[in-house]
Design a binder for this molecule. Structure first.
Ligand code: ADP
Length: 323
């Protein structure tokens, strides 16, 4: 057995790939004997996108949103994402709300027709965002929206990373980094034994400019920021993380929040939820739930949960931020 393990690790070579799915650039770095696992990962991403994209009519979410309250047959992937989303909606007191579909559509985020809905329109749309009306039956893979419109954009990429992590495990991959936009999974260490270094994006600089770095091993990290998706209108920047209480982009002095967790879907969901909660409530929630969190605020403050810096060897590069 030992010799076959040695043979395997000798044969593992650096394989990299860049692709596009879920409206996001996907970057894969994998130490493997061939590129098969990368191709499989890309297939997984396409499969999940076809199940859960709101803009694909034939997806589960497309069918649910056209169902007018009828029960719909959905994939087991979608069942899992819906169940986790509803459970976390309950736990975060609705800060994460998978039934915001109508509100997000009204803003047009991610489409060519973005606009600023008025108070009256948003108030009317908010009346139909009660996630408690959404029901899922895992035993027969069905769901009923209760007339709500579903948007799983805050959970899908994290779930996709969970599926990819599973696939890496099945392929006996010991070392890899997979990034889906703001959500990243790092497995194992580099061949020289060092941990993978992950950049925390600089909110006001380019996509590849980092305000700092963390070291990540066997964990998932997700960042939700004001810069990621949004548009400017009359000098105001409208970003895509919605406060479910107002229907407007959450406006609480935060530039971004980064969550490290043992699960992709949870790190993704919590980065959105903790953005909505704001720094004070978010840090309290994180401490109570054992989450490792890093906030960057518009005042250039860095706020973390206890022990974050030491645990992930967080290093600040951009000294405009006060520690
Ligand atoms: P990204 O999709 O860019 O990785 P996030 O993980 O931060 O971004 O999730 C933001 C997405 O989640 C939005 O584009 C929208 O689809 C959805 N969303 C926005 N606000 C909420 C909210 N309060 N609860 C649940 N989902 C939300």
């Amino acid at each position: 057995i030992l010799s076959s393990i040695l043979l395997f690790s000798c044969a593992a070579q650096l394989q990299t790939n860049e692709s596009f799915a879920m409206d996001t650039v996907i970057r894969q770095t994998v130490y493997a004997s061939d590129a098969d696992v990368i191709i499989q990962n890309n297939d997984i991403l396409r499969e999940i996108e076809n199940e859960m994209s709101k803009t694909i009519n034939t997806s589960d979410v497309g069918k649910l949103n056209a169902s007018q309250g009828q029960t719909v047959q959905i994939s087991s992937d979608t069942v899992q994402v819906l169940m986790a989303s509803l459970a976390e909606a309950e736990k975060t007191d609705g800060a994460f709300n998978p039934a915001l579909g109508d509100v997000i559509t009204a803003w047009g985020f991610g489409t060519d027709s973005v606009r600023v809905p008025d108070d009256q329109e948003l108030t009317a749309l908010l009346a139909a965002t009660d996630y408690r009306k959404v029901t899922v039956e895992p035993a027969d893979n069905t769901a009923n929206t209760g007339g709500m419109q579903i948007d799983l954009g805050g959970a899908v990429k994290g779930y996709a990373l969970d599926r990819i992590a599973e696939n890496l495990q099945q392929n006996n991959i010991e070392s890899a980094v997979i990034s889906l936009g703001g959500s990243i999974y790092a497995k194992g260490t580099k061949p020289d034994g060092s941990s993978y270094k992950i950049g925390i994006r600089d909110p006001y600089s380019g996509e590849n400019d980092y305000m700092g770095t963390i070291l990540l091993e066997g964990k998932f990290v997700s960042t939700s920021g004001i810069y990621e998706r949004g548009f400017e209108k009359d000098g105001v920047w409208y970003h895509h993380i919605i406060d479910p209480k107002t229907g407007y982009p959450a406006d609480n002095g935060i530039e971004s929040v980064t969550v490290v967790a043992d699960s992709g879907i949870l790190s993704d969901i919590y980065s959105t939820a903790l953005f909505v909660m704001g720094v004070e409530t978010g840090i309290e929630f994180a401490q109570q739930n054992g989450l490792d969190v890093l906030y960057l605020t518009k005042n250039k403050e860095i706020v973390t949960t206890d022990g974050f810096r030491e645990k992930y060897d967080f290093k600040v590069k951009n000294t405009n931020y006060r520690e």
